[in-house]
Design a protein around this ligand. Sequence first.
Ligand code: GTB
Length: 217
Amino acid sequence: MTIRITAFERSPDGGRGLARDTRVRWALEEVGQPYEVHPVSFAAMKQPAHLALHPFGQIPTYEDGGLVLFETGAIVLYIADRYSGLLPGDANARARAISWMFAALNTVEPPILELTIAKLIEGDKPWAAERMPLVADRIRNRLGQLAHRLGDAEWLDGAFSAGDLMMVSVLLRLRASRILDDYPTLSAYVARGEARPAYMRAFAAQLAAFSSAPPPG
Ligand code: GTB
């Protein structure tokens, strides 16, 4: 049975690859596994059929035979564990790569999500402008620490791994804010991720799906 994932029928980002299905597509491309995509509308995501796959009514989900997964961290870890190409064979190196996956999701992504919330959801509040520098400072703090650890290395810990896949995916969301421009080594790191053929295939696939989707009704 072919692996099946869900993705936005029409992504609000206009096909810039920022929705979280892109990281799952990227992981599948890295390990060379074919997959099919089931597009879902915002309304369908909250219906029982989708809630049976994802308790929070979100995308992406992952189905393979009888296995149903949600949460991109769990999905990418499953893919990396099941197929070769995203985690090193050495047990310690493997554990370190998984640490970077968790760091991307639990330490670096939260302040970046705060920025999205501050802009898109709280932007019209009277205190929004006052809060924005605090939100940006939290991101800068993390980026400074990450840049320090990366140094001049190509990837976070030896060869490219699921840890880098997740970190690059998370950092990509900063592009529109230009904050990343102040961290040239991180910008170059993200560019290296985007230049990987597997990422380019994943990006093109989500863009094609967006282009061919019917206009929102
Ligand atoms: N922790 C979960 C995971 O990692 O899988 C989070 C999943 C999640 O947030 N899914 C979002 C969703 O389904 C899509 S990716 N949202 C609909 C809902 O909650 O009702 C988040 C996202 C959405 C849009 C953009 N964008 O347009 O730029 C970027 C990212």
